[in-house]
Write a protein that binds this ligand. Structure first.
Ligand code: ATP
Ligand code: MG
Length: 395
């Protein structure tokens, strides 16, 4: 049973959210013979297979954006009270932690046509359990087992809910280009934006021979890690050496980082138009390094027209690291390969660049447009398949 949704969703938005999420779940579970259907406010995944791979199905659903909880449950067609009692008993015999345990029954009557009020259903089942499991005790405040009975088109019995990743369904907010370096920050920025429903196309700027193949593999592995939340991700590996050398040879070293950043954004914007995207996404965090001061952010702004989303703007490094660990990108990010911003960097890059001086400096490198067009044309485009789902504990 899949619980979903943002509390603020109403009316037409809710319908869109549900349809989108159902599509995503169906697509992500297409490797299995399962049926995904909705009963007021919940999705149910039902398998006709003899030994469904529930572990992996659970792992995948808890990591699906928009899902707030997943419960392994038993579905019952016959909703009569005696049958509910028997099912609850069988469930507890199988799942109770020990012979003597405390429990509480919580009934939710989503279908108000059900003839017995929820409290009475709970009392009836509770009494039946006490009769048949003499060492069990009721504890309404902090029971070891909170057995839930939901009465819908069918009845569902479950005791455990695994927290889901939350957010909006993938793709429900539009599309964006993520500038994905091999670092710690940009994968987190990508995840947080995807979590608000933005479908990602990732772009990695590769500068051979100054950056190694391993640095490129790292970006691909990061895209793979992100895909365990989003489904397959398209990654553009853009050859950046020519642009980088052109700038390096023509501009002052202390302005190089900002100018590289502008060139990256321009290139990413070109890809964004090609991919029907409405925004660019970076891992900038205000004040973290010289290229991320407000003056620097202002100096790169005029390079592009699309909005640049910076979901890490207000985060401390430690908070970003905590996220990276949680989404399992951290171990990949700390592999030691150089990225293209760490070569040719000035010892003291400008921290307060002047936006118009930067644009003037850029003109010294001539027209970059042809180089940018060529870089996009020569980009290697890889579709990174869905990541593995071995760990399903989200919280
Ligand atoms: P990160 O940890 O994400 O690499 P950073 O702290 O190294 O960030 P910068 O090098 O200033 O900071 O990069 C800022 C942002 O620019 C990155 O978060 C990323 O979005 C983008 N970026 C930098 N280098 C690349 C690259 N080689 N390919 C794609 N995007 C890049
Ligand atoms: Mg970096």
């Amino acid at each position: 049973m899949i619980k979903y949704g943002e509390i603020c969703l109403r009316g037409a938005n809710r319908g869109l959210f549900e349809r989108r999420l159902q599509d995503v779940i169906q697509r992500r579970l297409s490797a299995w013979h399962v049926r995904v259907f909705r009963e007021n406010g919940r999705f149910l995944v039902e398998s006709g297979e003899e030994a469904p791979d529930w572990e992996r199905i659970m792992a995948l659903t808890v990591k699906t954006l928009g899902v707030i909880g997943v419960s392994p449950c038993v579905k019952i067609d016959d909703q009569s009270l005696p049958n509910l009692c028997e099912t609850a008993l069988a469930y507890l015999r199988l799942h109770a932690p020990e012979e003597a345990f405390t429990f509480k029954i919580e009934t939710k009557r989503a279908d108000k046509r059900y003839p017995v009020p929820s409290l009475e259903v709970s009392a009836e089942i509770g009494g039946f359990i006490l009769e048949h499991m003499p060492r069990a005790k009721v504890d309404v405040h902090s029971p070891q087992v909170r057995l839930r009975v939901e009465l819908r088109n069918h009845a569902y019995v479950y005791a455990k809910t695994i927290q889901g990743v939350g957010g909006l369904p993938y793709g429900s907010s539009g599309r964006g280009v993520l500038l994905l370096s091999g670092g710690i920050d940009s994968p987190v920025a990508g995840f947080l934006t995807a979590k608000r429903g933005v479908d990602l196309t990732a772009v990695y700027f590769h500068s051979p021979p100054y950056t190694s193949e391993r640095a490129k593999d790292k970006a691909a592995d990061l895209a793979k890690a992100l895909s365990s939340y989003t489904g397959a991700v398209k990654l553009y590996v853009v050859p950046f050496t020519d642009i980088q050398l052109r700038l390096h040879e023509n501009v002052r070293l202390e302005k190089l980082t900002i100018l590289l950043k502008r060139a990256m954004l321009r290139t990413a914007e070109r890809i964004a138009f090609q991919e029907n995207c409405q925004c660019l996404i970076t891992g900038d965090s205000v004040g973290q390094v010289a290229s991320q001061t407000l003056h620097s952010l202002l100096a790169v702004q005029s390079a592009v027209r699309l909005p640049i989303l910076r979901p890490l703007a207000g985060m401390d490094k430690q908070e970003i690291i905590d996220w990276a660990k949680k989404i399992e990108t951290y171990d990949i990010s700390i592999r030691p390969y150089e990225d293209c911003c760490t070569i040719f960097v000035a010892e003291h890059p400008e921290t307060k660049p002047n936006a118009s001086a930067i644009e003037r400096e850029e003109r010294r490198a001539g027209d970059l447009e042809a180089l940018i067009r060529e870089a996009v044309r020569q980009a290697e485009i890889v579709k990174i398949g869905e990541g593995s789902h071995e760990h399903y504990r989200w919280n």
